[in-house]
Write a protein that binds this ligand. Structure first.
Ligand SMILES: *[C@@H]1O[C@H](CO)[C@@H](O)[C@H](O)[C@H]1NC(C)=O
Ligand SMILES: *[C@@H]1O[C@H](CO)[C@@H](O)[C@H](O)[C@H]1NC(C)=O
Length: 235
């Protein structure tokens, strides 16, 4: 093997190790969500208290309510509400889209994502990093039922329902807690707000344009920022 090929392989392996959740040191470690001890992830529930049902999940078939400003609803199944995922490095989400509904530009700081269309037709895309070559390239396509797309870790991506009937997708993630940063909410809906003179300069528009956008974040867009799951718990 040529030395540079070996080096590339070595780099690929080390980068992978550095960017995914840590590997488990036992078969499983069902999260004890009530433990007062804080670790990277969750403390394992006592092995004797682990039940068969801990490894099962229901309700993935239940649609989220898409009657909101953007017409989408993401139901997360992360370690915080599916405790068996703790230490396993995977999680998932169900995404419902109203007709023409949008899952707005956002990124997951800790996971790559595979999104599979279960129903409907979506325009999906992600944008490369600002120092990648070429920088900030939009990679997008219209995908249909049965198609899938991968969104690389920490890159900004979106999906828009192109149909006049509801659409559904299933997302799977390479982390037990991918987390979500929605661009519009983090930039315009932070609490307290980023001063408008900063955003005016960053976006090269007047402060009144910024104030107008910021004012949109007093209503249900605020709720969308909280990452609320089906039973109202924070994930
Ligand atoms: C998503 O759907 C759930 C279940 O219907 C609902 O409780 C929640 O408020 C919805 N979230 C948003 C942001 O609309
Ligand atoms: C969906 O959310 C809207 C807005 O909050 C609400 O009016 C409606 O009753 C909800 N629908 C269901 C089925 O819960």
């Amino acid at each position: 093997m040529a030395p540079h090929v070996f080096l590339l392989g070595f780099l690929a392996v080390t980068c992978y190790v550095a960017s995914a959740d840590p590997s488990p040191l036992q078969d499983f470690c069902v999260a004890d969500l009530n433990s007062p001890i804080s670790v990277n992830g969750y403390v394992c529930k006592n092995r004797n208290l682990v039940q068969v049902d801990d490894f099962f999940l229901s309700g993935v078939n239940v649609p989220g309510n898409t009657s909101n400003a953007i017409g989408s609803n993401v139901t997360h199944f992360f370690a915080a509400n599916f405790p068996a995922l703790n230490t396993l490095g995977v999680s998932m989400a169900r995404i419902d889209y109203a007709p023409y509904g949008l899952n707005p530009p956002h990124y997951h700081p800790r996971a790559s994502e595979i999104l599979t269309v279960l129903e409907g037709t979506l325009e999906v895309g992600f944008v490369t990093s600002s120092t990648y070559n070429p920088p900030n390239q939009l990679i997008s396509k219209v995908i249909r039922k049965g198609d899938a797309v991968v969104f690389p870790e920490a890159l900004t991506h979106f999906q828009q329902n192109l149909g006049n009937s509801p659409a559904v997708a299933l997302a799977t993630f390479s982390s037990q807690n991918p987390d979500v940063n929605t661009i519009a909410n983090t930039v315009f809906g932070s609490n307290p707000a980023i001063p408008s003179y900063i955003l005016a300069k960053a976006f090269q528009v007047s402060e009144s344009v910024i104030a107008d956008i910021q004012s949109q974040f007093g209503n249900d867009l605020k709720l969308l920022n909280k990452g609320e799951d089906k039973d109202g718990s924070q994930v």
